[in-house]
Design a protein around this ligand. Structure first.
Ligand SMILES: CC(C)(COP(=O)(O)OP(=O)(O)OC[C@H]1O[C@@H](n2cnc3c(N)ncnc32)[C@H](O)[C@@H]1OP(=O)(O)O)[C@@H](O)C(=O)NCCC(=O)NCCS
Length: 172
């Protein structure tokens, strides 16, 4: 299939989602993860997001194989840590073969629209400074740079700065 479909994830997608994250993680460049997350932890975390109705989208190719994801996590309500329910943390990625075709933009737009419908007013993320494609994509969708954590990762004898970006919902 040439075109992937973007749709909300269900629990049936969790294993495909986990494997897709694992493939991108194994590249050791784009994600904080460098390996496939363990099934229990991922199913609990992402399954919990799906159950809560948070934005969790997948891009699926032929045979419903997950080739990309985009999700926005809002921590579970905690009465002693009040005032952060309007903030979500975004993560996303695509299999290498599916990059450069606008699919990232479709996933991101779907997740941001769902976040706005849920009254998530601020969406934040971290991106490695060298990830120019991701930074460009986020800027095109209204994210701005809020700061830099210098040499925040040292992996394979290479330092990387982490850029903090966020997008505020228009309030006017
Ligand atoms: C980042 C990612 C989600 C982007 O999705 P994508 O569908 O590949 O994005 P696109 O190809 O549409 O590119 C996005 C923009 O970056 C631009 N771009 C592409 N390659 C670029 C490069 N090397 N340098 C700068 N900009 C680049 C594109 O022209 C496009 O800009 P435009 O909309 O103004 O034309 C995807 O590449 C990916 O999954 N990468 C690996 C995992 C990852 O980085 N996840 C994000 C972690 S924060």
């Amino acid at each position: 299939m040439d075109e992937a479909i973007v749709r909300p994830a269900t629990r049936a997608d969790l294993e495909g989602y986990r494997r897709c994250i694992g493939r991108v993680a194994a590249e050791r460049r784009w994600l904080v993860f460098i390996d496939t997350p363990p099934p229990d932890a991922l199913h609990q975390h992402v399954g919990g997001m799906i159950d809560r109705g948070l934005p969790v989208f997948v891009a699926v190719a032929a045979d419903d194989v997950v080739v990309g994801w985009c999700d926005i996590y809002v921590p579970v309500f905690n009465p002693v840590r009040a005032g952060f329910d309007h903030v979500g943390v975004l993560g996303m990625g695509l299999d290498a073969d599916w990059r450069g075709r606008g699919l990232g933009g479709r996933l991101l737009a779907a997740a941001l629209a769902a976040a706005e419908a849920l009254r998530i007013e601020r969406v934040e993320l971290d991106v490695f400074a060298a990830n120019e494609r991701a930074r460009r994509l986020y800027e095109r969708h209204g994210f701005v740079v809020e700061g830099v954590r210098r040499r925040a990762r040292k992996l394979d004898d290479r330092y990387e700065d982490v850029i903090a970006m966020a997008r505020l919902k228009e309030t006017t």
